[in-house]
Design a protein around this ligand. Structure first.
Ligand code: SAM
Length: 458
């Protein structure tokens, strides 16, 4: 039965937070039902993502006025209160009385007895005069606790990031995480000339603007509906990919005719870009531990028309592969990681409960990097990347590998064929090190991402 975008947003929010569902999958599931107009779809997304971005502030307000911690509230009521408090505090589109009326009606549908509580809490929030976060009472001091609430990142996460980043970089990062992420795509130049692709994409109401770092990278400036529902997407004229992720492949620098291994390849964003840069000649061995996710590589490769170059293989990167010792021209290890660099796109990552699991990542990453190194031929290239900010998963893993494997040396990211197309942003001093930590503290175009490029010389 069709439900309103607000009711769906309350359910989606709680599904994401309680059952740890990914926000993109959960919102996609609701949007696919095709129930709402474009405007209602945008409202639904605003309520879910806005509430996730501001969750800690919203919860503090709700708990104060409900006089109990939010985790003691019924999940559906909590969802209603969160999206309604978000509207009252952070949007101007709907008058407060309309927000409250709708919330009360929603509560009555499922929990009639709790409608009074919803009404009382939301009226109290409105009376307290809290309108947009700038005037929120908690922003008093410039200390870790204030930053945690102001930017809605749990204390442990702010403390962890501050171990690795200066106060000013930290603030830039946290603030950037509350900005809507830009939608970036990679043009599939295997499908035609750039002008022809742009024309066809524009005819479907999708406007693109070049990002300027590499020829394939564009930002979506206008779209009608979901771009994944467009014909040009289905025909594989472009792939949705973050700029930082494209840069990892750019720095791997795949060449036609080579044999390249992507050790953790699903869902295939980088593997398909590697194949695209190889211009139809060579072989990409796209490996992953997850059979379900390997299917996604296959689907993407087929849609993008590069499936002939890509061989998908189920393989645990923790185990050495004796068949491939020194057989690859290039190996990419885009390692499983804490993914903190993706917070702008997946704000739910901030509220991960199982932090213990993340502590084990550096050892897993190191083990996979050792196996990656074994497969690189002499004079071949090894790229290590992650989508996180944490030095213990990035620089520390890299340093340990380089210390134990003197036959691998960092190679400047500025190289023949790479340097020319690099924007001024990547000054020679940054990229000549052979590794780079990207993120909004470097430039707003980037998610948090780490890339290191090494060469084997036995
Ligand atoms: C960061 S994602 C890779 C993203 C991918 N390179 C892309 O650009 O689309 C990390 C991947 O590592 C895979 N993975 C996790 N543990 C693994 C292991 N032990 N061996 C191989 N792959 C693993 C996960 O299934 C996940 O698909």
């Amino acid at each position: 039965m069709k439900i309103s975008p607000r009711e769906a947003a309350a359910h989606a929010l709680e599904n994401i937070l309680t059952f740890e569902r990914f926000s993109n999958r959960e919102t996609g599931r609701w949007l696919e039902k095709g129930w709402w107009s474009d405007e209602d779809q945008r409202l639904f997304l605003l309520l879910v993502y806005g509430s996730l971005e501001q969750l800690l502030q919203l919860d503090q307000l709700i708990a104060t006025h409900a006089r109990r911690p939010v985790d003691k509230l019924d999940p559906f009521l909590r969802g209603i209160l969160r999206i309604s408090a978000y509207q009252l505090c952070f949007t101007d589109r709907i008058p407060a009385y309309a927000v409250i009326n709708e919330a009360v009606e929603l509560a009555k549908k499922k929990k009639p007895k709790a409608a009074g509580l919803v009404n009382a809490v939301l009226r109290a929030i409105t009376r307290s005069g809290v309108k947009n976060r700038v005037s929120m009472p908690i922003i008093v001091n410039d200390n870790i606790q204030a930053l945690s609430l102001r930017y809605s990142h749990p204390l442990w996460l702010v403390e962890l990031l501050h171990q690795d980043y200066s106060w000013s970089d930290l603030k830039t990062m946290l603030a950037a995480h509350q900005q809507p992420p830009s939608l970036t795509v990679r043009l599939n130049l295997q499908k035609g000339k750039m002008e022809d692709l742009l024309l066809a994409i524009g005819q479907e109401g999708i406007e693109l603007e070049p990002l300027g770092y590499i020829p394939e990278a564009f930002k979506v400036t206008t779209q009608q509906g979901l771009i994944t529902h467009s014909d040009v997407y289905r025909r594989g004229l472009f792939h949705i990919q973050s700029l930082a992720s494209m840069m990892a492949v750019h720095w791997l620098d795949p060449q036609p005719g080579e044999r390249i291994i992507d050790m953790a390849a699903a869902p295939g964003g980088k593997a398909t870009f590697i194949a695209q840069r190889m211009k139809g000649r060579g072989m990409v061995m796209a490996r992953d531990i997850s059979v379900g996710r390997i299917q996604q590589i296959q689907d993407n490769a087929r849609r993008l028309g590069c499936n002939e170059l890509i061989t998908c293989q189920e393989q645990d990167g923790r185990k050495p592969d004796p068949e491939m010792i020194q057989k690859a021209d290039r190996v990419l290890l885009d390692a499983p990681c804490s993914s903190l660099g993706m917070i702008r796109k997946k704000p739910e990552l901030k509220y991960i409960k199982n932090w213990q699991r993340l502590r084990e990542l550096p050892q897993l990453q190191y083990q996979m990097l050792e196996n990656a190194g074994k497969m690189v031929r002499n004079e071949g290239v090894l790229v290590y990347s992650t989508c996180t900010y944490l030095r213990r998963e990035n620089d520390a893993v890299l340093e340990r590998f380089l210390d134990n494997h003197p036959n691998f040396k960092l190679e400047p990211l500025i190289e023949k064929g790479i340097h020319d197309s690099i924007n001024d942003l990547f000054t020679e001093t940054i990229v000549s090190k052979g590794f780079i930590q990207l993120g909004p503290h470097v430039h707003m175009d980037f998610d948090g991402f780490f890339v290191a490029r090494m060469k084997r010389t036995d």
